[in-house]
Design a protein around this ligand. Sequence first.
Ligand SMILES: O=c1ccn([C@H]2C[C@H](O)[C@@H](COP(=O)(O)OP(=O)(O)OP(=O)(O)O)O2)c(=O)[nH]1
Ligand SMILES: [Mg+2]
Length: 179
Amino acid sequence: MHRGFEIVSKYEAQDIKVPYRTTQQAAGYDFECAEDFTLPSIWRHDLLHAFKRLWHRDPLTTEELVAGQHNLKPWLVPTGVKAYMEPGEVLLLANRSSNPLKHNLILPNGVGVIDADYYNNEKNEGEIFVQLVNVGLKDQVIKKGQRIAQGIFMPFLLADGEQIPSQQRIGGFGSSDRN
Ligand SMILES: O=c1ccn([C@H]2C[C@H](O)[C@@H](COP(=O)(O)OP(=O)(O)OP(=O)(O)O)O2)c(=O)[nH]1
Ligand SMILES: [Mg+2]
């Protein structure tokens, strides 16, 4: 089996590239965005609204400010790709260093952890999404084919005496939460 990438069926006929390395010693496989995607600025609309109200001498209350924070959330950007790997391996999803510099894009989860059992799990095929937050003032348009993150395959270790969990993975993004 070893490890690698496949296109998820939804994107089969859509000319998606599997992640690739760009230089001989590159550790990361670059993931491309699967479709044009607009990432709203986390500030812009709220700030503009706040300034307008201030201009009219009717500043927002704290409650109104908090209620208006409609862009303060990470967005899940589709890659159209799933990853398979051996037991004992994990795919770490890291930001590209150019993303914050050039596009104001950060990964709010720091590093994405793609588990081997996410691949073809019971709920979905295991499509990998990149969580991104646009901390810039302008909305960012990500074009299909733009590289948005990089994946690094790694081995991991288990703790002594661990009781191996019996639970199967069904989905991701909080699927194992009890409430
Ligand atoms: O950036 C990411 C991070 C995670 N995942 C998918 C693959 C991973 O196997 C699954 C669960 O990720 P994680 O364990 O980090 O999130 P969680 O909040 O603990 O969710 P769960 O309860 O489903 O484990 O979500 C992504 O597609 N992109
Ligand atoms: Mg988890």
